[in-house]
Write a protein that binds this ligand. Structure first.
Ligand code: PLP
Length: 418
């Protein structure tokens, strides 16, 4: 078999694929492992019940079967959904958006593949452009989405130390250089892996920089407002024609519906829809039909604001308390959790790289994600990048408590602290 360059890149080893298959393999070998690794949302019974009832009510209506799964949708995605979402965003945020500014994809991951390659890689004039990440660590799933090599550049964060063992990353604007080689800026907000929510002023400043360079600012709202609203601080999204905002139904509790949403200027949406049609023909329709009903009858706001946000907030507090208990006396810090469902830990002077910590924790029965790979395209010499670990707290509290205990035991062994 002879593979093309594309084939070699995408069939070959990649950090994310290696890590995911290692996690999957470990879980298959020992299903009892404490899994604090993945991006799966928590099971929230009241939310699941709401989704099930909405779906059942839809199925009972004449003609809905056909609308749900019996027909291909238009290239941009279900028109009623795009109308309903545009209305919702106009009413809620006052944005000047219409259905023409919205496209649907099969999950936001695949939207990123298209968006990134629309703006970076080989340019028609022979030059090369990159996606610039103004603040890393960033979502590991971006790292291999480029069709060409050297696809990303990034700015290391400024670190602010906070009381109560917390710290926070900020965009280091004094280090942020946007040259002609940058095709777009991209941030997740809340950020996977850190739970950081970029402040409104930081976001505005990035928008201004993007505008003056005439490039888009891509904001990934997979965990953010208005849905699923897993945010514990002021996190209102912003949108204008310079911004590409992506949303997803996955973290709401519907990752199997594979529904991503792109909100952008009309020419970008047209370009996106064209590429998406070539790749997928059409986006799935189950998620959009469910979401249309939930946006229109207020269920989306209730599930997000009244079920998910308090649920994850309580889990977050509980996990933080568990960390203080289990890691007492160890040199640990946690990124201030403003949203999403991860805690990002930083162990100062960690005696081994976090990749090795990952291996040792796995041997003890805990799966967490080592920090190195989230520092996409950053100088690997930076010690901080080898001292971090991402923990998901979406699992049952008893499972999380067991995981924290194992983490404490391993760290004590590593630091020789008894
Ligand atoms: N963006 C971020 C920040 C994520 O964490 C994820 C999934 O974990 C995605 C995008 C992709 O989600 P999906 O393709 O399910 O919409």
């Amino acid at each position: 078999m002879r593979l093309s360059r594309f084939g070699e890149k995408f069939a070959g080893r990649s950090g994310v694929v290696d890590l995911m298959s290692d996690l999957g393999e470990a879980l298959r070998a020992d299903p009892e492992l404490v899994f604090m690794g993945g991006g799966n949302p928590a099971r929230v019974p009241a939310a699941e019940e709401t989704f099930r009832k909405t779906l059942e009510a839809l199925l009972a209506e004449p003609g809905e079967w056909q609308r749900l799964v019996g027909a291909y949708q238009s290239p941009q995605g279900n028109p009623s959904f795009r109308e309903a979402l545009a209305r919702y965003l106009r009413d809620r945020y006052g944005w000047e958006v219409g259905a023409e500014h919205i496209a649907v994809s099969n999950g936001s991951q695949s939207a990123y593949f298209i968006l990134y390659n629309l703006f970076a890689g080989a340019m028609p004039d022979g030059s090369q452009r990159r996606i610039h990440l103004p603040l890393v660590p960033e979502y590991i799933g971006y790292a291999d989405a480029g069709l060409s090599a050297d696809f990303f550049s990034a700015t290391a964060p400024a670190i602010e130390l906070l009381p109560d063992r917390q710290f926070r990353y900020h965009v280091a604007f004094d280090q942020l250089v946007i040259d002609d080689g940058v095709g777009a800026l991209c941030v997740s907000r809340p950020t996977n892996p850190t739970g950081n929510v970029l402040g409104a002023a930081e976001l505005e400043r990035l928008g201004t920089l993007a505008r003056s360079a005439d490039i888009p600012l891509i904001v990934d709202g997979a965990y953010g407002d208005p849905f699923p609203a897993i945010t514990f601080t002021e996190a209102a999204p912003a949108w204008d024609e310079q911004t590409i905002l992506t949303l997803s139904l996955s973290k709401l509790g519907l990752p199997g519906a594979r529904t991503g949403i792109v909100i952008a200027a009309e020419p970008i949406v047209r370009a996106f829809a064209s590429a998406s049609t070539i790749i997928s023909l059409a986006a799935g329709n189950l998620g959009p039909v469910l979401a249309t009903r939930m946006l229109e009858d207020g269920t989306m706001d209730r599930v997000s604001g009244e079920l998910l946000r308090p649920f994850y907030r309580a889990r977050c507090e509980e996990t933080l308390a568990g960390l203080h208990r289990e890691l007492e006396g160890l040199p640990w810090r946690v990124h201030r959790p403003d949203g999403a469902f991860f805690l990002w830990l930083w162990f100062d002077d960690l005696p081994v790289p976090s990749q090795e910590l990952y291996r040792r924790l796995k041997a003890r029965g805990l799966l967490a994600i080592p920090g190195e790979r989230f520092f996409i395209s950053l100088d690997p010499a930076w010690a901080h990048a080898r001292q971090c670990l991402r923990l998901s707290y979406a699992q049952d509290p008893a499972v999380v408590a067991r995981g924290l205990r194992l983490l404490g035991e391993e760290l004590r062994a590593l630091y020789g602290a008894g």
